[in-house]
Design a protein around this ligand. Structure first.
Ligand code: SF4
Length: 445
């Protein structure tokens, strides 16, 4: 039976030393109860705590950490559907290189991985890993390409080769990168688990069917390596969808520990549209690492945007810091707009003001990341709260203009806002941000 936070707290040292990253032992106990932390994060956990909590404190899908600083986290999932709580660690996207690719193509791919940056609602999105595949017969060249990919991009790698000796040489060459070694078969896995352990890498397993994969994962774990990924042997998109769903359900609902690992999928259908559909399946259906065969800007931007939508916490809207944002180079008498601190709202409104070609101030009070109408309905965005925020930050001393433009959806707060901000006039702007440009041209210029 699952333990409650209070029951778990009684097993912890009660020193509140914060070394686990939580402020108190109780806060850490609550995270353990919610399967959002692992007992290993507390260096002072007693043997009894380890025994009692042990497996019960681990998320049903193991969290595998990659990269030298272990910042790239996979798995750690606790629910089947996002709306039940949230998904925890997003699908990592990787770009594949083959050792037989022309040098110029390899350089271009490595530069892309290092420099690619997509900004969405204030988040900086980058390519997470590089996969290096051996297609030629030169093991030394494969290891050397792995070393080059690691030193140039500083991303963890996914190393793939049918040759255990080549994979071993590459694993040693990139020791310290905390990468993934892909065992091409159960027999290869039996030789590679020790290499992965000695060089501090994770190991991806594969087997002809799910039953054999379960047996293999159990066997490798028994040997002492638990940082595993699973590669399903499937031959169609439908089969991959079904297998991923079955495995995740078995791990979460039936407690099948050997399926409780993040997955790895190499995509290469030979067709950009089919590749994209397969990658979408990974992002939406439990993919751990999704390796793309080459870079396509439109595909990457679409996948990253989809991923951002799937993996944000539905209980915590993405928000921007409450403050006054200058747009362009505003002067004390420049127009002043007000909106909420829900990221999407902020970025759309600020973008539309920018498009209108004027410089302005955008006042963003604390609204707990809610959109305009939701914040208004929750009592977080009204005449009183906006006026309070403007006074608290002493905005009146920074500007000479005394006119605020509020969103059209909350026209009803204009009177209350004028009452709370004596000397200010309130202008009702458009309801839709898309109409801001024409509003600026007709009313403010
Ligand atoms: Fe408590 Fe352990 Fe966290 Fe310290 S590290 S606060 S003892 S749970």
């Amino acid at each position: 039976m699952a333990l409650t936070g209070l029951q778990i707290q009684k097993l912890l040292p009660a020193t509140n030393c914060k070394e686990c990253g939580s402020n108190t032992c109780l806060a850490f106990a609550m995270k353990l109860a919610g399967k959002k932390a692992e007992l290993a994060q507390c260096p002072y956990a007693s043997e009894e705590a380890k025994r009692v909590l042990g497996a019960a404190s681990e998320p049903p899908v193991r969290c595998v950490e990659l990269g030298p600083d272990r910042k790239l986290k996979l798995g750690g999932e606790v629910v089947l559907y996002r709306h039940e709580k949230t998904f925890v660690h997003q699908t990592a996207l990787a770009l594949n290189l083959n050792d037989t690719d022309p040098p110029a193509a390899i350089e271009a791919a490595l530069t892309t991985v290092s420099t690619y940056l997509l900004e969405r609602v204030g988040e900086e999105l980058r390519i997470d890993l590089v996969a290096v595949t051996q297609k030629g017969s030169d093991a030394a060249a494969f290891a050397s390409l792995a070393g080059k990919a690691w030193s140039q991009t500083k991303r963890p790698l996914v190393l793939r080769s049918p040759d255990v000796a080549a994979l071993t040489a590459a694993a040693v060459a990139v020791k310290g990168s905390r990468s993934v070694l892909c065992a091409a078969s159960p027999e290869a896995a039996a030789q590679l688990w020790r290499v992965a352990k000695e060089n501090d890498h994770a190991l991806a397993l594969t087997a002809p069917d799910l039953n054999q994969l379960v047996a293999l994962a159990g066997e490798i774990k028994k040997q002492g390596l638990n940082d595993l990924l699973l590669q399903f042997s499937t031959c169609s998109l439908a089969e991959q969808f079904q297998t991923s769903s079955i495995a995740r359900r078995a791990a979460l609902k039936d407690g099948v520990k050997s399926l409780g690992y993040p997955t790895l999928r190499f995509i290469d259908t030979g067709n950009l549209l089919d590749d994209t559909m397969a990658a979408v399946n990974e992002v939406t259906k439990y993919g751990g690492i999704c390796v793309l065969p080459q870079f396509d800007a439109a595909q990457m931007a679409s996948l990253m945007t989809l991923r951002l939508n799937v993996f944000t916490d539905p209980q915590k809207p993405i928000q921007v810091e409450p403050k006054v944002y200058p747009i362009g180079e505003p002067k004390p008498d420049s127009p002043i707009f007000v909106t909420t601190n829900f990221s999407l709202t902020y970025f759309i409104v600020s973008g539309e003001i920018e498009n209108s070609g004027i410089s302005a101030w955008l006042v963003v009070p604390e609204c707990e990341g809610m959109s305009v109408l939701t914040a208004w309905a929750a009592g977080k965005f009204n005449g009183g709260t906006i006026a309070k925020f403007i006074k608290e930050i002493n905005f009146e001393s920074q500007v000479t203009r005394r006119e605020l433009v509020i969103p059209g959806y909350v026209a009803q707060i204009s009177g209350e806002l004028e009452e709370n901000l004596p000397g200010w006039k309130v202008m009702v702007g458009p309801s839709e941000a898309a109409d801001l440009e024409s509003f600026v041209k007709s009313r403010l210029k």
